[in-house]
Design a protein around this ligand. Structure first.
Ligand code: ADP
Ligand code: ADP
Length: 232
């Protein structure tokens, strides 16, 4: 069972007068083998939602399910294992290790877990993302777009239940950003993966199968098969 969902997720940062309610009863579905975009202005709660759904942050209340498993019910070690093996992350701060080759960066999550790659899956990911002739390159010599593609390959290599991507095209020029969206689509269409992306960019959001609109920590709307005009 793939995908993920949240039920009545609330997240409050801080206490008392300075408390910030970043999420306020957010119920969203990230269906298996679909590309879902979470859009909304800065401060809407997109990053907080992705962090909670990925098990990187603990909600104040509500539930998160990844592949049918409720994260809140897991002991710490099981949560760590689920995060490592069942969740892929592509965040802007997610830097590659510059001195390492592309090949070693891609397999890093497996190395850290003491596992060997599933060769067939690994080679398929590399081929679908067009990285086959760059495996021996040192990562510090990659362009921004190539580096982000390697980060996506690294997120996919464990064959996770879901990949979370926070502004995956945020640091890229528009052409390279559009290309990154194409590779996220390929992860879904050609590899059968599940992708959840946060973005403030309507053009990026329109590449998704479903768009969830967040505003002030609430789901304002959900739209299937959106056009750019729908998302504006
Ligand atoms: P978005 O990703 O849509 O820009 P965020 O999830 O980053 O939204 O932030 C939602 C709200 O929560 C904002 O008001 C932000 O300032 C606040 N916030 C986010 N992270 C923290 C934090 N660690 N401590 C306090 N407030 C935070
Ligand atoms: P985004 O661009 O997604 O809104 P930011 O650059 O605002 O993210 O936030 C980067 C980091 O700072 C995140 O880990 C977020 O949780 C944290 N953060 C955001 N707002 C606040 C805040 N008001 N107080 C403390 N930490 C915050």
């Amino acid at each position: 069972e793939g995908g993920a969902r949240t039920v009545g997720l609330t997240k409050v940062y801080g206490t008392g007068d300075t408390a910030v309610r970043a999420l306020n009863g957010v119920t969203v579905e990230f269906p298996a083998e679909r590309f879902t975009a979470v859009v909304g202005p800065s401060g809407a709660g997109k990053t907080t939602l992705l962090h909670c759904a990925a098990g990187l942050d603990t909600p104040t209340s509500g539930k998160v399910y990844v592949g049918g498993t409720e994260l809140g019910a897991l002991p710490d070690r099981a949560l760590t294992r689920l995060r490592r093996e069942r969740v892929g992350l592509v965040f802007r701060s997610d830097n590659l290790v510059p001195a390492m080759t592309v090949a070693d960066n891609i397999t890093l999550p497996l190395t850290l877990a003491g596992r060997r790659p599933d060769r067939v899956w690994h080679d398929l990911v590399v081929r679908v993302l067009g990285l086959g002739n760059r495996l021996r390159h040192r990562s510090e010599r990659l362009s921004g777009g190539q580096a982000q593609r390697v980060a996506l390959a690294r997120a996919l290599v464990t064959r996770p239940r879901i990949v979370f991507a926070d502004e995956p095209a945020g640091d890229l020029d528009s052409r390279t950003g559009a290309e990154m969206l194409t590779f996220l689509r390929r992860a879904v269409d050609d590899l059968g993966q599940t992708v959840a992306m946060a973005t403030h960019d309507p053009v990026a959001a329109a590449r998704a199968d479903t768009v969830v609109f967040l505003a002030d920590g609430r789901v304002a709307d959900v739209m299937h098969r959106p056009t750019v005009a729908d998302v504006l």
